[in-house]
Design a protein around this ligand. Sequence first.
Ligand code: SDX
Length: 377
Amino acid sequence: SPAAPDIHRGLTGVVVDTTAISTVIQETNSLTYRGYPVQDLAGRRSFEEVAHLLWYGDLPGPAELSAFQARERALRPLDRTTAEVLARLPRTCHPMDVLRTAVSFFGAEDPAEDDGSPAANRAKSLALLAKLPTVVAADHRRRHGLAPIQPDPSLGYAENFFHMCFGEVPDAEVVRCFEISLVLYAEHSFNASTFTARVVTSTLADLYSAVTAAIGALKGPLHGGANEAVMHMLGEIGAPERVGPWLDEAFAAKRKIMGFGHRVYKHGDSRVPLMQEATDRLVARSTDPATARLAALHTALRDAMATRKGIHPNLDYPAGLAYHLMGFDVPTFTPLFVMSRVTGWTAHITEQLGHNALIRPLAHYDGPGQRPVPAAS
Ligand code: SDX
């Protein structure tokens, strides 16, 4: 039989296309969106401005920003049918399944009479950006037996989300930390969920199909589901002094330590320092002794992983802790990632359509050789 070709399992190291949206600069360990370092965007520019940057290639001017914000605010409410469909889902279903169903339903409701042009897709993207928080917040409240709170068009994106979840807007430090997480999560080149969206788009399927598939890809704990898995893992460890023995057992069982490691970054995720700093500020202002204990455990695990394995946290590690401190329940963490990453996914969908080629790789066959079909008995 012919020699096996080079197999790139997991597509590790394979460059499959060009992109002008974002890149990791290995030399400086930084990530840029359309050329701007995220470290300089996060904390200085709002999530809405970053969404505009990813979709249109540049930051909005003041007039563009207010028009963009006005459109986003007007699109937030869900129609009655969507609210009814979501209310029928089992209460036990995971919020990522709720979100995936919601996007699929938005697609079913859209008459799709447009031409799939960049302008039409940007309009759909903005509608998703505006409506996903309403879905996530309503589901968060439903799981806690609470009635939904309608969006408030006088509030910015982040503030409105807190209002819809908790009925109040927390102080500026919390909102700032949340907004930093949204900016840092927004885009990361050809990660698994974005690549999924591009694969679906490459068949010329519609934007909702691509985003629905991307949500499915993000759900897994090796990708976006890791921010949720981090909290479960910290709960399992329980206390800083348990880190050593817990790691001994986890390494012996060849378990993956959630929130650590990365396919692209081998010396630490460029987004972590800023997210950790923002999370540390939330820890510092808390008077709850449980917070100090949890933060000490978080630090102890990070330090032990660096010393024992030389493996560093990815963005999901500090973000998981931050979302917990903001009051979100653990199953909501990955949906928060979706609310942000929908900007990157949809920017990639538009880019893919701009220079489309059907994504269809090859596989090296190692199954049985050709054989006759036995006669039916
Ligand atoms: C995200 O791609 C993106 O950009 C993703 C993301 C984004 O913005 O979109 O950054 C978001 O998904 C972050 C990743 C979240 N996932 C986790 O935190 C899950 C835990 N992490 C790992 O499973 C792992 O590090 C991956 C999946 C993130 C990356 O895996 P790779 O590139 O396939 O590397 P690997 O699993 O082959 O690991 C290489 C070595 C192995 O050891 P050896 O077999 O060579 O001895 O490093 C070890 C691994 O065992 N290793 C880990 C580890 N991560 C790597 N060992 C224990 N725990 C870990 N977390």
